[in-house]
Design a protein around this ligand. Structure first.
Ligand code: ADP
Ligand code: MG
Length: 286
C-alpha cells in the first residue's frame, strides 16, 4: 500500500519568528516495491523529509500514511513503524558500536524481542544479503573498510525485515567499487524481495542507473517528480537549482545538436553505448 505524504511541512525549532521552514507542502505517493531516488542541493530538506517516514520527526503540518494508516493518529504503533521503515543514516559507521559485526547486526532484532534463534537467523540472512560472509562475523566493526562498515549498518536495518529501506547518501565518500557493490545489492533486494527503496543521493549517475522514479527537492519544496528520463529532460532547470543531469546526458545533447540521430531519453552510459555503437559502426556522420 506504500507511503503517502499529504502536504507535509516542517520547521525546526518550534516555529520561532526567524525559523525557516525546512519542508513546505510536500506531497507524494510511493507504491510498494518502487525504487525512488531523492535528490536536491545541500539543505534542500532531503534528510528532514526521510526522518518523517519512520516517525523520527513529526510534521508541523500535513499527514503521512504508511500502508493506509495515518501515523499521526492517536494510538498508532510508532515502534512497529520503525521496523517497517528502516532508516540508514548518513555515515552510519559512526553508529556501529557492538563488539563484533554479528552482534551489531543482532542489535535491531534483539530490540524487537525475538527469540535468540530468530535473532541469529535474521542476522545471518541480512549479512548474506549485503554480501558479508561468515569470516566477517567475529571482526570488530573498526577493522572494516568504509564500504564494509556501510554494509554492516545496512544489514543491521535489514535484519528487522523492513518493507521500506531508506538510505541517506549510503555511498558518500566510498570509492566507485564500494559504491557499485552497495547499490547493486540494494537493487537486487528491491528486485527479488519487492523491498521499497528510497535512496538519497548526490550522484545523478547513480539515481539514473538505479531509480524508477526521482523526487527533486529545492528549498524544502518538491520541484520535480517523475522517471529519471522525464526529470533529466529538465536539465537546464535542474542546473538553476544547483543540480545537473548525468554527465552522459550532456554528451548526448551535444551529439544530437551536431545531427546524430540519438534519443533525448538517454541518461546512462550503458544506454549511450548501445545507441552509439551501431551508429559508429555504420559510419554515421558526426
Ligand atoms: P539536506 O539533507 O537536503 O541537505 P536537511 O534536511 O539536512 O537538508 O536541511 C534542510 C534545512 O533544515 C536546512 O536549511 C538546514 O539548515 C535545516 N536543518 C537541518 N537540520 C536541522 C536541525 N537539527 N536544526 C535546525 N535546522 C536544521
Ligand atoms: Mg542530508
Amino acid at each position: 500500500m506504500g507511503i503517502r505524504a499529504e502536504h507535509l511541512s516542517y520547521t525546526y525549532g518550534g516555529g520561532t519568528a526567524f525559523a525557516q521552514p525546512a519542508l513546505r507542502d510536500v506531497s507524494f505517493d510511493i507504491p510498494d516495491g518502487q525504487f525512488v531516488g531523492l535528490i536536491g542541493h545541500t539543505g534542500s530538506g532531503k534528510s528532514t523529509l526521510i526522518q518523517h517516514l519512520n516517525g523520527l520527526i513529526r510534521a508541523t503540518e500535513g499527514k503521512l500514511f504508511v500502508d493506509g494508516e495515518n501515523i499521526y493518529e492517536k494510538g498508532y504503533n510508532m515502534r512497529a513503524l520503525r521496523t517497517k521503515v528502516g532508516l540508514v543514516f548518513q555515515y552510519p559507521e559512526h553508529q556501529l558500536f557492538e563488539i563484533d559485526v554479528f552482534q551489531d547486526v543482532c542489535f535491531g532484532p534483539k530490540n524487537m524481542g525475538l527469540s535468540k534463534d530468530e535473532i541469529e537467523q535474521r542476522a545471518r540472512e541480512a549479512l548474506g544479503m549485503v554480501g558479508l560472509p561468515e569470516s566477517f562475523y567475529k571482526k570488530s566493526p573498526f577493522e572494516l573498510s568504509g564500504g564494509q562498515k556501510r554494509r554492516v549498518a545496512i544489514a543491521g536495518v535489514l535484519a528487522m525485515r523492513p518493507k521500506v529501506l531508506v538510505l541517506d547518501e549510503p555511498t558518500a565518500g566510498l570509492d566507485p567499487r564500494g559504491r557499485d557493490e552497495i547499490l547493486d545489492r540494494v537493487k537486487e533486494l528491491n528486485h527479488s524481495w519487492g523491498l521499497t527503496v528510497i535512496l538519497v543521493s548526490h550522484s545523478m549517475e547513480d539515481v539514473a542507473k538505479y531509480a524508477d522514479r526521482l523526487l527533486v527537492m529545492s528549498d524544502g519544496e518538491k520541484r520535480f517528480d517523475g522517471t529519471p528520463k522525464e526529470v533529466f529532460k529538465h536539465y537546464a532547470e535542474l542546473e538553476a537549482l544547483g543540480l545537473s543531469a548525468p554527465q552522459v546526458t550532456y554528451l548526448v545533447q551535444k551529439l544530437r545538436k551536431a545531427g546524430m540521430p540519438l534519443s533525448d531519453e538517454i541518461t546512462t552510459v550503458a544506454e549511450a553505448r548501445d545507441a552509439l555503437l551501431p551508429l559508429l559502426k555504420g559510419g554515421a556522420p558526426c
